[in-house]
Ligand binder design. Structure first.
Ligand SMILES: CCCCCCCCCC(=O)SCCNC(=O)CCNC(=O)[C@H](O)C(C)(C)COP(=O)(O)OP(=O)(O)OC[C@H]1O[C@@H](n2cnc3c(N)ncnc32)[C@H](O)[C@@H]1OP(=O)(O)O
Length: 177
């Protein structure tokens, strides 16, 4: 479904980005990242090393269709949710989403190469506020923006994801320190 060029584009980090495997990607059938067919969502995650925010490259496949030829808003919101949650986890906050706002700015053509940016904007006790943006990969067009409130839970509630997160993020630090 994806061309070899698309796969190569997805897997190539931009300068200052480190490839990142988010902890929940070890789970089978992860809603956003679990489709390897290219029909729905194809994503690769990265850390933007200078400020430790999150980046993802994403292509919305034909199975994400909402308006003809364009991505469903729910699929864009799901990508923003996953990326914003990932940004919080990457900064050491084991969270789930409590509130999510998405603003759809421009219709997103299926098959377009897109970039997601997500960053923690504030932390107040267990409340972690994160913002994100889904934009054109090779231009400035913004398809959607998001803001979310995540709540930190007892890490034990996440089972194996907790140790997986420590392993992944410390390896990432060793690789870039
Ligand atoms: C492994 C890597 C993963 C990477 C990416 C994955 C991202 C995926 C993100 C998701 O989609 S997670 C799935 C969707 N989310 C859920 O299913 C969460 C369902 N909701 C819950 O489990 C609970 O409601 C929740 C944990 C969010 C809160 O319950 P708690 O009992 O732990 O919290 P509590 O009620 O004590 O509230 C703690 C604080 O948060 C505030 N709060 C909780 N829910 C809120 C809400 N919905 N809106 C605003 N504030 C909220 C609450 O007012 C309070 O503020 P204060 O400390 O100031 O008093």
């Amino acid at each position: 479904m994806l061309s070899d060029d698309d796969v190569k584009w997805l897997e190539t980090p931009q300068p200052g980005w480190s490839a990142l495997r988010l902890p929940h990607m070890i789970l089978e059938d992860s809603f956003v990242s679990g489709d390897s067919s290219g029909r729905r969502l194809s994503l690769r995650f990265f850390r933007h090393d200078p400020d430790r925010s999150l980046r993802a490259k994403v292509i919305f496949g034909p199975g994400t269709q909402g308006p003809p030829g364009h991505a469903h808003g729910g699929s864009m919101a799901a990508v923003l949710d996953d990326a914003m949650g990932g940004a919080a986890w990457m900064q050491g906050h084991p969270v789930v989403a409590a509130e999510l706002t998405a603003r759809f700015k421009t219709m997103l053509p299926l098959g377009a190469r897109c970039v997601v940016e997500a960053w923690v904007s504030a932390v107040d006790g267990r409340k972690v506020r994160v913002a994100g943006r889904l934009r054109q990969g090779d231009g400035d067009t913004v398809f959607a923006e998001g803001e979310a409130l995540f709540i930190t839970l007892d890490p034990k509630k996440f089972g194996v994801l907790t140790s997986e997160a420590s392993r992944i993020f410390s390896e990432l630090d060793e690789g870039t320190s």
